[in-house]
Design a protein around this ligand. Sequence first.
Ligand SMILES: C[S@@+](CC[C@H](N)C(=O)[O-])C[C@H]1O[C@@H](n2cnc3c(N)ncnc32)[C@H](O)[C@@H]1O
Length: 460
Amino acid sequence: MAKTKPPVQKNQTIELTFEDLTHEGDGVGKVDGYPLFVPYGLPGEQAQVKVIKVKKNFGFGKLIEVYKASDERVEPPCDVYYQCGGCQLQHMSYSMQLEMKHNQVKNAMKKVAHLDHVPVHDTIGMDDPWRYRNKVQIPVGQKEDGQLMTGFYQKRSHNIIDMDTCLIQDEMNDRMVESVRRIASGLGIDAYDEENHRGVLRHIMVRTGQTTKDIMIVLVTRTKKLPQKDKLIDEIRDAFPNVKSIVHNVNSERTNVILGKETKVLWGDEYIYDTIGDVKFMISPKSFYQVNPTQTKTLYDQALEYADLRGGETVIDAYCGIGTISLFLAQKAKMVYGVEIVPEAVTDAKKNARLNDMDNAEFYVGQAEELMPWWHNQGLRPDVIVVDPPRKGCDEELLKAMIDMELERIVYVSCNPSTLARDLRVLEDGGYETKVVQPVDMFPQTNHVECVTWLEKKEK
Ligand SMILES: C[S@@+](CC[C@H](N)C(=O)[O-])C[C@H]1O[C@@H](n2cnc3c(N)ncnc32)[C@H](O)[C@@H]1O
C-alpha cells in the first residue's frame, strides 16, 4: 500500500531490484511498497536508478547501471535502440518477449474480463523476429552540410535520429530509403523544416510486396510542386528497375499525420500486389495492409480455424479494411459480407474480390455498429461473425447487435488485449462463452501483441 508521502524524491539515485514488467515492457521495482517504473529494467535485476518523476502512488526512473543482469538481457543489435522510440524490447531475449506478451493477455483476461479459467495459448512467435516490416514511412531532415538525412524521431521529441538502417524493416525498404535520400540530396531537394513550416520533402514511404517483390515509393512533400521531378523518377528507376510505382503525395498542413489528401502517380502503377496464402491483394499508398505479412498469414489461418467453416456458412467480417480477412474466409464460406468505414478501402476490397475471381464476397461502406443491426432487421442470419476493430475495440452497439443475433460463433481479432478483455466480458454476459485466446506476435521487438479469440453461443 502506497504511503501518503512517497519514499523517494526526484533526482535521487537509488538501488532497485526489479520484480515485474509493465505491459509496455518497463521494469517494475518497489521502494517500501511504492512502485517505480523504469524502462529497460528486467525482472530479477539489481540496478542503480535515478528517480525522474514522483507521483502520489507511483514514480518513474531512469536506468543508470545494471549491477546484476538477468539471463534474459541481450545486447540490442540496433545502434540507436536507446534513442529511438520505435522498438521497446530489443534488450530482452525473444523468448522473454513472447512470454511477456502471453502474460499481458492472461492478465487482461483475469483483471478486466474476469475470465481466469479461459485458456490463453503461448504466443506464436517468428522464426526470425527481424526485418519483418513491409512498409516504412520515414521522416526526412537536413544536416548542417545541406545533405538530407532520414531517421525516426527520438523518443518523445521530433528530433530526427540520423540512421542508415532499421532492423525490423525489410532490407529492401532500407536500401530504397537510402537511395531515394541520396538521389534527392544530389538533386538539391530540401527537407521539410517542421518548425518553420518551410522546405519540401517531409517523408519517404516505401511499401513492398513480400511474395511479389513489388516496390512502391511515395514521396510526401509540403509543396504541390516536386522539384526535379523527372530526374528524380529517372534516377530511382535506374537504381531499382523492379520499382513498380512512384507516387507523389502532397501534405501542406502543419500536422503529425504523414499522408495528405492529394495523391498522384508520377510513374508506373497505382497499386502494388502481394499475396497472403492463396489470396492476392492490391495495395495502394493509403490502404491499411498488415505490416508483417508472415505473421498475418499465421493470424488469418488461426481466424479461419476458429471460424470452422464447412462451405455452407454466411459470414460477416466487421471492420474489414481492404477485405483481407474477408477474402481469406471466402475461400471456405458460402458468402461473406464485409463492412468498413473508409470508402476507399471498400473500393479496394471490391477490386481484390474481382482480382481473385471471388463472387461470394460483398463489401459495404458504413459503421459496423449501424449496419449490423440493420442487417439483422433485414433478416440476414450469419453463422459466424469476425470482428477486427481498431485499438479502441468494438462499439457498444456492435456488441449489442452480436448479442441480439445469437450467433453460433464469433472470432474476435484484436490488437489491444485491454479492450479485447473489456468486450469479452460484455459478450460473456450476453450469452457467449470464450473458448480460447491465441496471442500472435505481429510486431517483434515492440510491446504490441495481436490476439485471435474464439467464442461460442452458451448452451441454454
Ligand atoms: C485493425 S483494422 C482491420 C482491417 C482488416 N481486417 C485487416 O486485417 O487488414 C480496423 C479497420 O476498421 C475500420 N473501422 C474503424 N471504425 C469502424 C467502424 N465503426 N465501422 C467499420 N469499420 C471501422 C478501420 O478503417 C480499419 O480499416
